[in-house]
Structure formats: structure tokens, C-alpha cells
Design a protein around this ligand. Sequence first.
Ligand code: C5P
Length: 237
Amino acid sequence: MHDRPIIALDFPTQKEVAFFLEKFPKEEALFVKVGMELFYAEGPAIVRWLKEQGHDVFLDLKLHDIPNTVEKAMTNLAKLGVAITNVHAAGGVRMMQSAKEGLIKGTQPGAKVPELIAVTQLTSTSEEEMHHYQLINVPLETSVIHYAKCAEKAGLDGVVCSALEARGIQEATKQTFICLTPGIRPAGSAVGDQQRVVTPKHAREIGSTYIVVGRPITQAENPYEAYQEIKKDWSGK
Ligand code: C5P
């Protein structure tokens, strides 16, 4: 497991991100998540800017296209020096392999290739919707584990999953396979629109490798204090 919780920077502009980051000590190197909203507003410059300040970036763009297009896109994302990025497992094993090849091609000599993880079934998809719209007639968890195994076969490093799916995925894949889990709430905090949440400590106990935390930190009265508390509960130190 990785000590630092990943902070989801779900803000519409760089200006708002800067205002938020001012609440942390300058020397505190953070692990942050940039998603579609911020990336499509600010472009690759937002990643370069965060890296210049010493932060590690999980670029959560969930690519899903033909293998050739995904490979070329990943080469460009690797050039930005992101630490983690992702694709949809539904794009297929060939697409995931191409994504990995693209990342390798775009990584500077001597630098670490970004970790590549797959989205299995979105946590917003219900079992009923999966049956009805995707015509996948198995239990949701079976589909999640199947996609995780496909990602492993394609040479990916892990998956994004609900902490409650982590155990099953870890039993079905190799020991080093990453389970990166959002839907984290400190005990007693607001759940918001998340359905199935777990505490940082519980996520550690059930085998998450990374946790992603947004609002419990970004909306806190004192974000640095909230971050430190979550980090302590997560790392157990
Ligand atoms: O504010 P909150 O802690 O709920 O934010 C969680 C972050 O993780 C958001 O950026 C959300 O989009 C993302 N996420 C999620 N569930 C998934 C995949 C990503 O909540 N299955």
C-alpha cells in the first residue's frame, strides 16, 4: 500500500486548485488526481504545473478507443510524467496492451513508466443496468473480476475498484496487482452521492493499494488537518 492518500482535485479551474493547495505547507509533496473536468478545462499544462510543485499526479481520463488511438494518446500522457493513468477494460485486451506500449514509448529514458490501471464496471453501473444495456448476464462481481483478469493478462498494473470489491480481485489476480479505491469516508463524515463507502482504515484492512479521497479533504474547513487525519487512519502510523 502507498502511504499518501490521493487527493481528487475536483475543481473547475487551475485558479481554484491553487487556492486549495495554498492551505497545505509548501514542502508537502502530495499525490493528486486530475480528472476530466479539470484536464479538459486547463489541458496538459495543469499536469506540468502540479509536477513543478513536486506533486505526483494520477491522471484519471479513462481512455476507451481503438488500440492505435489509445497507444498514441498514452505516449503523450507519459511525456507529461504522470505517475498513474487509466483505461476502460471494456476496450479489450488488445487496447490495454497498446495503452501500455504507448506509455513505455512516451516515458523518458531512466524514468519510471506510469502505472496503468483499468476501470472494470463503473461503480455507478448497477447490476440491473449491466444486464439490460450491456447484455452481460452474470452477477456484477463476476464481470468486475473478469475485467480485472483481462487487465492482468494485458500486462496492466491493476484496477480502479470499490474497496468492497478489492478482496475478490486480489484473490483472482497476482499479489502485486493494484486496487485503487475511491468512495472513502472518514468515520462520521458526510457520504454525499457515494453509495458504498468505507473508512481509510477499513480500506487498508480489505486490501486497497491506493485510496482516492475528494470531498472529505477538499470541502473540509481545514483541508490539511483532514488530510493528515485520513493519512494517519489509512497508513496506521
Ligand atoms: O469526493 P469523493 O471522495 O467522493 O471523490 C471521489 C473521486 O473518485 C471523484 O473524483 C470521483 O469521480 C472518483 N471516482 C469515484 N468512483 C469511481 C471512480 C472514480 O468516486 N468508481
